[in-house]
Ligand binder design. Structure first.
Ligand code: SAH
Ligand code: SF4
Length: 363
């Protein structure tokens, strides 16, 4: 049975026309589901009984299930969600004074294998559907309801490489931006990518969202070691596509730069970065690496961080240091590996091996 959350406005229009229903019913159904967060078609009172019955009979209305919910000292919340086929994904809700940012997942795991990232260590299990991506937003809004707040900003910085799941991510974004869907401003939806060059070009042509690039080194050899994707799309190819990317003029492109002691944090690394950014309207988020079990990399010292930052700001490149939120609940950047409370200390490879084994034992 199809999930109702996978249907976009076009799909509803087709569904209505196949049943001889008026076109405006399609918009109403779409609004009930995404704008109003309705989960029970019996309550869609502006629609005829016949439509409500058809909706109930023909579709699966089950959202992702909440598996566990961890709340950080800094008030961010990590929520593990269970898919219909029993896989776990994660989202992180980060409330600020004037906005609420949701960091959501686009895949279960990731195939890109960056050495410093826990998600990468899980490997890729599968892509999420647009309904599962939007389901995260629906559930986050439901959790925020008692506080009288809703998600205002979305960042695709959870599990997965969004541009490896291009079609479903774009479909979900369109519904986020649609005034009859979630009505989010395009400046408040950010797709972060490790640099899948042809897809960046396509995204630039198709969707007016903000772009963040996980750069981490402006030296090809070093970047290829840290991020195997650089062997496919090197820095020259990446730069070319970024220069052509139609980013909002005032905002430009955000670059994520994980600061790792002795690896990419020297003055020379900063100089190369400045050279790479020449000609691009850029800001660089400097993120001291979040250490995790099974990895021998450590965050740069405060002095190194400061020196690196100074190099950039001297060249008029804004470079705020970003300490991840939710680190105590393994909810920080690169820490998302479907870990429950009590599992946070585990190496993701060991954890997922154990989980596979326990499933086999049960069978
Ligand atoms: N796959 C996409 C989206 C995930 S975003 C991408 O890579 O851009 C997750 C962000 O956290 C990326 O910028 C990633 O490089 C960063 N990250 C990964 N591991 C990290 C770690 N251990 N500490 C801090 N940031 C990390
Ligand atoms: Fe995948 Fe991004 Fe992690 Fe690299 S940093 S392994 S691309 S999620």
């Amino acid at each position: 049975m199809k999930s109702v959350f996978d249907f976009g406005l076009n799909d509803w229009e087709l569904w209505c026309s196949e049943r001889g229903l008026p076109r405006f019913s399609a918009k109403q159904i779409f609004q009930w589901i995404f704008q109003k967060g309705g989960k029970d078609p019996a309550q869609f009172t502006s629609l005829s009984l016949k439509i409500r019955q058809a909706l109930a009979e023909e579709f699966n209305w089950k959202l992702l299930e909440i598996d566990s919910h961890l709340i950080s000292r800094d008030e961010s919340e990590k929520v593990l969600l269970r898919t219909a086929d029993d896989l776990l994904i994660e989202m992180v809700i980060m409330p600020y004074d004037n906005r609420v940012t949701l960091c959501l997942s686009s895949q279960v795991g990731c195939k890109r294998g960056c050495t410093f990232c826990q998600t990468g260590r899980m490997g890729l299990k599968r892509n999420l559907t647009s309904g599962e991506i939007l389901g995260q937003l629906l559930i986050a809004n439901e959790l925020l309801l008692p506080k009288d707040r809703t998600v205002t900003n979305v960042v695709f910085m959870g599990m997965g490489e969004p541009l490896d799941n291009y079609d479903e991510v774009v479909k979900a974004c369109r519904i986020m931006l649609d005034e009859n869907g979630f009505g989010l401003s395009s400046k408040r939806v950010t797709i972060s990518t490790s640099g899948i060059v042809p897809r960046i070009a396509q995204l630039g042509r198709e969707l007016p969202v903000r772009l963040a690039i996980s750069l981490h080194s402006a030296d090809n050899e070093k970047r290829s070691q840290m991020m195997p994707v650089n062997r496919l799309y090197n820095l020259e190819a990446l730069k070319k596509v970024l220069i052509e990317y139609p980013a909002p003029h005032r905002l430009g492109i955000t670059f994520e730069y994980v600061m790792i002691e002795g690896v990419n944090d020297r003055k020379e690394d900063a100089r190369r970065l400045i050279e790479f950014l020449h000609g691009i309207k850029a800001r660089v988020n400097l993120i001291p690496i979040n250490h995790f079990p099974g990895v021998e990399m450590h965050p740069s010292s405060a002095k190194r961080l400061q020196d690196f930052q100074t190099e950039l700001t001297n060249c008029s490149i804004p470079a705020p240091v970003r300490y991840s939120r939710g680190v105590d609940i393994s909810g920080g950047c690169g820490q998302l590996a479907a870990k429950r409370e009590g599992e946070l200390h585990l190496d993701p490879r060991v954890l997922h091996r154990e989980r596979r084994r326990s499933v086999l034992n049960v069978l």
